[in-house]
Ligand binder design. Sequence first.
Ligand code: PLP
Length: 424
Amino acid sequence: MSSPQSPANYGDENVIHDYEAHVNPSLAALMKFVGYDSVEVSAQGCVVRDSRGREFLDCLGGYGTMSVGYSHPHVVATVREQLERQAFGSRALFSAAQTRLAKKLAEIAPGDLQYTFFCNSGTEAAEAAIKLARLKTGRTKLVSATGSFHGKTMGALSISGRDRYKTPFAPLVPDCVNVPFGDARALRETVDEHTAALLLEPIQGEGGILVPPDGYLKAAREICDQSGALLVFDEVQTGLGRTGKMWGADWENVAPDMMLLAKALSGGCVPIGAVLGTPNVWEVWTENPLIHSSTFGGNPLACAAGFAAIEAVENENLVARSQEQGEKLRAAFRATQDKHPGFVKEVRGRGLMIGVEFAHDDVAGLVIAGLVGRNVLAAYTLNNPTVIRFEPPLVISDAQIAQVADAFAESVASSAEMLEGIEF
Ligand code: PLP
């Protein structure tokens, strides 16, 4: 039942007007400029519907969150059952939902990641990992990669790799060093006996969907073992099948000391973040089990969603599907690239974590607007606006792949025509 004040009765103009008045006027202007000028009301699988009945095929997927698709029936049913029984916990007694998810994560995680600390987002997972690494090693230096994205709270921002988001907030957390991504020699020169942790995305997401050279993650593991630094993989975007393997680090069969999760673990339903760690790292909790904590972290609703999301990934073979469908989508994009080689510079990625690099960020912007106009939701990568990212739900069908491929081909062709004669 919807009351006169419920979102269903709000009215598009009122929503956009009140968003401008009460949320973020500049972001509203940007959204309208790109063509995101309507209000979403429902979503299922890969499709988002707006209040005018228009249907969009979502290739942004909440920045890589919607791996099992919107409103996945198993996730929704599990969350509903939990919601009706107990949404949040007392924090005094043990929680079966939390424990069950932690055990499941230990079963499917690489190496001997056995324990989980739960929080509510990716950035909180990065914060926790930074603190645990410093506590465990007694060292302060944190090494991470240029172009990386680990979140926007102070610690996560300090290890992230784009000055545009960092400089306005200086001074940040001290002793954080960025090295070029994919460069094992730079790791060797920088990770040393003062380093608490090396934090890397196995495939960079917001940096522009960058796949490191083969052997990079293995080298990172060796360098950490030699220096005594902890290796932390940020799998917030790459985890749970996004790249065509369960974990991005599986491409090199490397196990970290800690692994960060969020996004897809929510089942697209309830926010969650997680830090997995080895028994060695988890010694840090012995002296003070509350040295780091979160009120909502590990709440039953989020953990029920997380468990159901993993079940959906397993039961529907979404890891293999990501690989298969990703190959098809990249092949289609490459066919368009062949027709406009100076315009589309590169198509890259793994599984359904795909990036298309354009000659200039204005070109990428034009193509995004063209895609939205053709009912495909897309956006650029946050730390590299020349790259459009395609991260649809892993359940995307062949017909939907064809729809994206056609919209992309048409949008690139019309953008190229508009910009003909301009040198980039
Ligand atoms: N780490 C990675 C690799 C991410 O891609 C993101 C978000 O895009 C984050 C961390 C931060 O996650 P959140 O936005 O949930 O704080």
